[in-house]
Ligand binder design. Structure first.
Ligand code: SAM
Ligand code: SF4
Length: 331
């Protein structure tokens, strides 16, 4: 696929035509099933200072937390009991010791047969290898933007090449890799969205998440204008056409800028994954990546899937004896 073709789809093709094309590709490449991943945001500690993110190290206004091993296991059990098909463990970068996380992964694996996905940023190859050994099988590391200059400006002390090198390391260790990017970042040129899609295609990532940038008040970009749901949906539809094989989530960020129908519209634009949150309620607000974060819970996921006329396995719990979601979520 050429850059011009992608740009044409992104900016010149009427929406109903684009959505229909994406729906056809989705149906033939992935079918009607929607995967439901149970997200556990286990620590808000982060060593980095990404300009857009509320978890950045310099944000002193944020109440930091790290869940105990027991609480992570409870949250994972709740997700499994509710019918999630994967447990996603997410945190800031270098939030916990690699050995500690390895034990958590091994414990989750010993209690349920669900795959574990990690989303804990750029780390040494030895840590990636340790977690793989412990049983993690997938890793989400968004490239955030394919514009190398913009990437460097948004990530002090880091560059896009390092990020891509991490994705290669993860793939060489046998992880199924996911990338992704934001739409509407301050300074993002419209054409660079085509480069984002081409980069994800070139990397042949198994997953790719696209969400609108949303300002967070206590960051350097707190007063910037955020990305729109409409453009995010267009980008998702083109992504589906360009990466038919990929799993594409309807992100929480999309559900935040369009609380009424963002998740359902994301599915209609070509997504086939939802990621409801199982982070315990007493710390949920402290995982404040951006302001007014919508809570995508199980009921909202179910409603979006049914609203989009798609199928899920939420009524087939994996662990009959695990605690009910609400009981496990209590502090
Ligand atoms: N620390 C890990 C990392 O950066 O890969 C994982 C956690 S990080 C909070 C997960 C994702 O949140 C990032 O990849 C980024 O795309 C997204 N994110 C952070 N700040 C955001 C914002 N203000 N608006 C939209 N998405 C944001
Ligand atoms: Fe940390 Fe990830 Fe937020 Fe960057 S995006 S500040 S690495 S949590």
């Amino acid at each position: 696929m050429r850059r011009e073709d992608i740009l044409d789809l992104l900016f010149n093709t009427p929406w109903h035509e684009l959505r229909l094309r994406a729906a056809h590709v989705l149906e033939s490449a992935k079918g009607f099933h929607v995967h439901v991943r149970g997200l556990v945001e286990f620590s808000s500690n982060c060593r980095r200072n990404c300009l857009y993110c509320g978890l950045r190290a310099d944000n002193r206004r944020l109440q930091r937390y790290t869940l105990s091993r027991e609480r992570i296991l409870e949250a994972a059990a709740a997700a499994a009991a509710a019918g999630a098909d994967t447990i996603v463990l997410q945190s800031g970068e270098y939030a916990v010791k690699p050995e500690w996380l390895a034990r958590v992964i091994a414990d989750i694996r010993s209690r349920s047969d669900l795959p574990v996905t990690l989303s804990v940023g750029e780390q040494p190859a030895a840590a990636y290898a340790l977690w793989k050994e412990a049983g993690a099988v997938r890793y989400l590391l968004k490239h955030e933007t394919a514009d190398a200059k913009l990437y460097a400006a948004l990530h002090p002390g880091h560059d896009l090449r390092q990020r891509i090198a991490c994705l290669h390391t993860l793939a060489s260790l046998g992880y199924e890799c996911g990338s992704g990017f934001m739409v509407g970042l301050p300074g993002q040129r419209p054409e660079s969205l085509a480069d984002d899609i081409l980069l994800a295609r070139r990397l042949r990532v198994a997953m790719c998440g696209v969400g609108p940038f949303i300002p967070q008040a206590h960051t350097p970009l707190g007063k910037s204008v955020g990305g729109s749901a409409a453009l995010t949906l267009r980008v998702m539809a083109v992504l589906r056409i360009a990466l038919p094989w990929a799993n594409i989530p309807a992100t929480t960020a999309l559900a935040t800028v369009d609380a009424a129908s963002g998740q359902r519209d994301g599915l209609l634009a070509g997504a086939n994954v939802l990621m409801p949150g199982f982070t315990p309620s007493d710390v949920r607000e402290d995982y404040c990546i951006y302001d007014n974060k919508n809570r995508v819970d199980l009921a909202a996921a179910r409603q979006a899937i049914e609203g989009a006329g798609r199928r899920h396995a939420l009524d087939m719990p994996h662990m009959a004896n695990a605690p009910a979601p609400e009981a496990a979520a209590r502090p």
